[in-house]
Design a protein around this ligand. Structure first.
Ligand SMILES: Nc1ccn([C@@H]2O[C@H](COP(=O)(O)O)[C@@H](O)[C@H]2O)c(=O)n1
Ligand SMILES: C[C@@]1(CO)OP(=O)(O)OP(=O)(O)OC[C@H]1O
Length: 161
């Protein structure tokens, strides 16, 4: 006998990329102009959107984005990470769930990102079909422990429609 569908499900995601000169820094679909380094990645390297995409999938035990967009497939080179998020959201909605709120933490030593918080929250909210008041965006430094990496973590609450 199958279990009764839960009214709520929590999803959690993480991502990390090495930083290198000559790569754009894109976070939540927003390009951080003037950044000296950006993530080394097969796609556009948007760690915030990868993390949120994995959180969507994990909430419904649907695996992770590497299964849907393998980094060994040249088809996904330079992929716009908003397309990854849209596909993950579609998989969630097909199963009768939708995001209720999201909480994202980005760990990056430089540059400072506080001035971009509202724009990033707004962009993510638009992609997830939420109001920006339902998208928490926190920034942390690694206190010099991981100066050559960007890391992101996110939770998303999914509600059954
Ligand atoms: N890339 C970053 C990292 C952090 N911030 C802001 O700095 C404050 C202190 O961060 P700690 O990691 O030292 O606790 C905090 O208010 C962050 O929002 C930032 O803007 N950009
Ligand atoms: C997005 C994918 C695919 O382009 O590659 P990357 O941009 O390297 O990013 P990662 O966070 O390692 O996630 C999964 C990959 O399959």
């Amino acid at each position: 006998m199958s279990a009764q569908p839960l009214p709520y499900r929590i999803g959690y995601g993480e991502d990390a990329h090495r930083l290198a000169a000559g790569r754009p820094l894109i976070l939540g679909g927003v390009e951080i102009t003037g950044a000296e380094r950006g993530p080394v990645a097969h796609s556009d390297g948007d760690a915030a959107l990868h993390t949120l995409s994995d959180a969507l999938l994990s909430g419904l035990a649907l695996g992770d984005i590497g299964q849907y967009f393998p980094d060994t497939d040249p088809k996904w080179a330079g992929l716009n990470s908003a397309d990854i998020l849209r596909r993950c959201l579609e998989l969630v909605r097909e199963r009768g769930y939708a995001p209720a709120n999201a909480a994202l933490v980005v760990t990056l030593d430089t540059p400072k990102l506080g001035s971009k918080r509202a724009e990033i929250a707004q962009r993510i909210a638009g992609l997830l079909g939420l109001d920006s008041s339902e998208v928490g965006v926190s920034f942390k430094t690694s206190e010099g422990l991981a100066p050559d990496h960007i890391q992101a973590r996110a939770t998303i609450l999914l509600v059954r429609l």
